[in-house]
Ligand binder design. Structure first.
Ligand SMILES: Nc1ncnc2c1ncn2[C@@H]1O[C@H](COP(=O)(O)OP(=O)(O)OP(=O)(O)O)[C@@H](O)[C@H]1O
Ligand SMILES: [Mg+2]
Length: 458
């Protein structure tokens, strides 16, 4: 039996074109010329998929979508929207649309989206029973955060992960952008296919091109054999483009084409290759500023930010600090085989007061270091990095009557003692690897060697 697709548009011309086109792909096509008629049709009998315009004279596509979803949430709905109203696309995704397509329609993209939606619906039906058994739903257990801003972000994440939409993740360094990208992939229908990560800032423009698109044998000096690029490797899965703002104008033009057409060409190649990838991009810059300054193409920006996830900096969600600190404490206690009970109140106070310019990563590193250095049951302010401990309020060190715990704080001990601790901690963290420890400390291996000798550690 052929599947029924309901096409909804108030433009009779579009309706006819779509009916013929979608019908030619083997589907049974029905039409409706407004949202209310579509909602009424759904209540009369089974429909397998709906293709709907957003802007319609009587009932808007969004309202119809909400009504249909309330009646039968299992019907995948693909929304068609004008380029100028991407915000309504976001609204549609939030309301449960499966995908959105920008007008004028790219018919290949439409056919692909319909096929995927049908496959997805089938998978969903198959998985429903299993999921109910396991009590499984959206998994973001490894993302810690209960502050209102993180909760809002996680809600949005749960909503957009199963959709096909391109996502732009914006946030300061160390806020968890990569963790979020992974979570989107593993909560999407693409989870069993590869997640490929490319840091666009880490390599030069020429290398980046062959890295992303691959190259043919002999494309350039040293290309002694053909190699597939990251787009090809991510086929059927997700491509995470980290630090997207750092790409050159030429690269941006190439990316735009690849994302728009889902087509690529290897460097030195003639053949056009079709790739099925979902794109997630990340940046720690303010993209609207990059666009305004002419450093980032506006059209590429709009392609990428259909859905933007803003990850708040840690200093704006201090509620999450104790949770994260405890989470890292448990992890590093196990890793370092230490029986740690928790943080002293003074230490927690310092963690809460610190500004965390390096965000969650900085907190993670601070806790790891503290776990390595600690000797008692609790992490105290003594084990926290100098910068954090220095933020402590209280009697000035010069005052003779200063409380003893303050006087013993890292800011009040000889530099050499602190340096010794830092060096030993780095060495422990690097599992005794001296080159790695030196790298982490930002000193040469020779300096590290000399220091260790001086401390009588070797
Ligand atoms: N909400 C969170 N819950 C648990 N761990 C987190 C959270 N956010 C970040 N982390 C951890 O902090 C570290 C930094 O996160 P991640 O690499 O994802 O940040 P990023 O935003 O990509 O940083 P950068 O811009 O520097 O690349 C990782 O080890 C990650 O696992
Ligand atoms: Mg990152």
């Amino acid at each position: 039996m052929r599947e029924t697709i309901l096409v909804v548009d108030d433009d009779p011309g579009h309706l006819t074109t779509l009916k013929t086109l979608v019908g030619s792909w083997g589907y049974q096509v029905e039409t409706a010329d407004d949202g209310a008629a579509a909602a009424a049709r759904v209540k009369q009998g089974p429909v397998d998929l709906i293709l709907m315009d957003v802007r319609m004279a009587r009932m808007s596509g969004i309202d119809a979508l909400k009504e249909i979803k309330a009646y039968n949430p299992a019907i995948p709905i693909i929304i068609m929207t004008a380029y100028s109203s991407v915000s309504s696309a976001v609204e549609a995704l939030k309301a449960g649309a499966y995908d959105y397509l920008i007008k004028p329609l790219d018919f290949d993209a439409l056919q692909l989206s319909i096929a995927r939606a049908r496959e997805h619906a089938g998978l969903k039906a198959e998985n429903r029973q299993l999921k109910a058994k396991l009590g499984a739903g959206f998994h973001a257990d490894n993302i810690i955060g209960r502050s209102p801003s993180m909760k809002a972000m996680l809600d949005m994440l749960a909503m957009i992960a199963p959709a096909e939409a391109t996502v732009l993740i914006a946030g300061e360094s160390g806020t968890g952008k990569e963790l979020i990208a992974r979570s989107i992939h593993f909560n999407s229908p693409r989870r069993d296919n590869p997640l490929v990560v490319v840091n666009c800032a880490a390599i030069t423009e020429t290398l980046l091109e062959s890295e992303l698109f691959g190259h043919e044998k002999g494309a350039f000096t040293g290309a002694d054999r053909a190699r597939e690029g990251r787009f090809e490797q991510a086929d059927g899965g997700t491509l995470f483009l980290d630090e997207i703002s750092e790409t050159s104008p030429t690269m941006q033009a190439k990316l735009l084409r690849a994302i728009q057409e889902r087509e690529i060409q290897r460097v030195g190649g003639q053949q056009t290759l079709h790739v099925d990838v979902r794109i997630i991009a990340a940046t720690n810059r303010d993209m609207t500023k990059e666009v305004a300054a002419g450093r980032f193409r506006e059209d590429l920006y709009y392609r990428l930010n259909v859905v933007t996830l803003e990850v708040p900096p840690l200093r704006r969600r201090t509620d999450d600090i104790p949770l994260l600190a405890q989470h890292f404490l448990e992890r590093f206690a196990v890793k370092n085989r230490k029986a740690v009970k928790g943080f002293s109140p003074q230490a927690m106070d310092l963690l809460l007061k610190h500004e965390w310019p390096g965000n969650v990563r900085e907190l993670e590193n601070a806790v790891e270091r503290a776990v390595i250095l600690m000797t008692g049951d609790y992490i105290t302010e003594k084990q926290l990095p100098i910068a954090i401990a220095a933020a402590q309020d209280g009697p000035s060190p010069a005052q003779p009557g200063a409380a003893t715990d303050t006087a013993a704080g890292p800011g009040n001990r000889p530099l050499e003692t602190i340096a010794r601790e830092a060096i030993l901690a780095a060495l422990a963290a690097a599992d005794g690897n001296k080159s790695e420890a030196a790298r982490r400390l930002g000193i040469t291996r020779k300096t590290l060697h000399n220091k260790l000798k001086q401390y009588g550690e070797m």
